[in-house]
Ligand binder design. Sequence first.
Ligand code: SAM
Length: 308
Amino acid sequence: MTDIADKDWSRSEGDSWDIVSSVGFTALGVAAARAVENRQTEPLVRDPYAEHFVRAAGEPNLIGLLDSPEPQAPNPGTTPRHIGLRSRFFDEFFVNATNSGCGQAVILAAGLDVRAHRLPWPEGTKVFELDQPQVLEFKDRVLAEHGAAPTSDRREIAVDLRDDWPAALLAAGFDPDVPTAWSAEGLIIYLPSAAQDLLFERVVALSAPGSQVAVEATRGRPDIAKWGAMQKKYADESHPMSKVDITSLFYDEERADVAEWFAARGWTVQGADALELAATYGVEIPELPEDVIEVVKQGNYVTAILPS
Ligand code: SAM
């Protein structure tokens, strides 16, 4: 296995990946972060499969992270415990949305997210997971090895989100007349700006009144060059994610502000940055340098509701 420090992180049209390369590796990195969060005295997310995924993939840097007694954040450019905060945000979104009228859920770019197995879904809720084929194959193999049983009517859709995923979703039993809870967690930065627009246009076209969407986004254009500089400035070289070249992996393009985009289409929108989420969930964040706070405040966890 090529060491992540020597990997090519550059992107191209129609590119694909497995769980230890390119964007696939980020899904594994997020699973490692959830496994670490599991060890907190009061974890923001309890994910029983996260560690199994990391060990099964056999990627030595991430296994090292699990085995290090006190894993560090890759750099303070991401809020400490930010994957825990982010997971909690999307968990609460799905629980609230499906208890207030959304009869189905669509997880765009599900990666190694196991919400379909761990959330208390109302009886009969269909949960559609969309991601690239090799990512879902790996996930299924590990879940099967551990006898995992979903708590929902889980349906996987192996597809590229730049392709015609609505056709695949409809073929898998999605009902456009039923209000839907949609999520895009850790996704849009991996899409070109035009693909982001198309993704959300399709979400809107498939959304019955009462549908809801949650998106990890930024306020205005994400400043990738600055994020890269921060990654270098505060890097903990021992952390695997500090070896990922985010300036190549992310699409550095002018893109729509997600909150404004949904608001302009009549959805009722709310947003919060990670520090605001931490305050809501009662998580104490250590004091951060000014330049770090500036970057963290660019982040926007958006929820939008299409009025019934
Ligand atoms: N949402 C998951 C989570 O938070 O655990 C995974 C996040 S991971 C950072 C990014 C995910 O986006 C990967 O699983 C990757 O395969 C998926 N992804 C990115 N671009 C995609 C595309 N064009 N088609 C399908 N999946 C995509």
